[in-house]
Design a protein around this ligand. Structure first.
Ligand code: NDP
Length: 285
């Protein structure tokens, strides 16, 4: 079977173009959308993610503020900074790059971000709204996956979807979005017995485990659609996903590559969430 390779770079570019138009409209109306990105510490991967997010904002005409603090910043200082950004009318979205240093309670930090500015969609009230089918912000990565499935015209209603990975930022919200769109969803985790049984019965498989190339072609039903969220670095320094692309592409009908798949979509959806936050703020003024 010849698999379609789902091009996240191209789709993300068209979404970013749309965001740029909406940003220009808001700016012309006197409200430039603004995103604040906070990084604590000097984790190299986080620095790259944050730089990419800020650059994407600037390119789309959004105002972005990047705040970088040393790893020994206290929790209290961080919470104060977030409270100030909550009250800042020029900032419509606030993102605190995870993971945070061990002495800082990530949960408390996320809960301190105003739910109306929580463009990552991690705040419990946003998780609850998603769960009850009335999302305000959809977490960026699962939101990007939904856009990819939509643009590929993948039939979600009635499909069997298996998500491998149950994190709060990817697996669980992914399950909610697919379920809301009419799929029958199974979420697998590290304790799942016979993972291959689950994946091989699925029409749609989304993998987000952080385990390089763990899902192979032999675990996939012929003709299934596979979305690989994973970003891992091989010992040779190359990027690879959580799916073994080479064996999977022989079986699937469509698959996302790594790099060039879900990654660019995550950033594009962050911009979408920020512009939506700004548009809502304007509607409320
Ligand atoms: P977490 O480590 O928070 O969660 C991993 C999940 O995978 C857990 O639920 C864990 O199960 C499950 N898991 C681990 N091993 C297995 C296994 N052998 N079988 C089944 N399930 C397993 O990871 P994240 O969700 O934050 O990230 C997952 C991957 O996605 C990473 O590679 C990350 O870099 C990438 N990522 C990519 C993004 C993008 O934009 N493309 C954005 C965010 C993440 P348990 O609950 O039992 O521990």
């Amino acid at each position: 079977m010849t698999a379609r390779i789902i091009d996240g770079v191209k789709l993300a570019a068209s979404i970013r173009e749309d965001v740029a138009k909406r940003a220009a409209n808001l700016t012309a109306a006197g409200m430039r959308p603004g995103l604040a990105v906070i990084l604590v510490g000097s984790d190299p991967a986080s620095q790259v993610y944050v730089r990419n997010k800020v650059a994407a904002c600037e390119k789309a005409g959004l105002h972005s503020v990047m705040e970088q603090y040393p790893a020994d910043m206290t929790q209290e200082e961080l919470l104060k900074r977030i409270q100030a950004l909550n009250a800042d009318p020029t900032i419509h979205g606030i993102l605190v790059q995870l993971p945070l240093p061990k002495h800082i309670d990530s949960h408390l930090v996320i809960e301190t971000i105003a739910a109306s500015k929580d463009v990552d969609g991690f705040h419990v009230s946003n998780a609850g709204l998603l769960m009850t089918g009335k999302p305000l912000f959809r977490p960026c990565t699962p939101y990007g996956v939904m856009k990819m499935l939509e643009s590929e015209k993948v039939e979600i209603r009635g499909a069997v979807a298996v998500i491998v990975g149950a994190s709060n930022i990817v697996g669980k919200p992914m399950a909610m979005l697919l379920q809301s769109a009419g799929a029958t969803v199974t979420i697998c985790n590290s304790k799942t017995r016979d993972l291959a049984w689950h994946t091989s019965h699925a029409d749609i498989v989304v993998v987000a485990t952080g385990k390089p190339r763990m899902v192979t072609g032999s675990m996939i039903k012929p003709g299934a659609v596979v979305i690989d969220v994973g970003i891992n670095r091989t010992p040779e320094g190359k990027l690879c996903g959580d799916v073994d692309f080479e064996s999977a592409k022989e079986v699937v009908s469509a698959i996302t590559p790594v790099p060039g798949g879900v990654g660019p979509m995550t950033i594009a959806m962050l911009l979408v969430n920020t512009i939506e936050a700004a548009e809502r703020a304007r509607a409320n003024t």
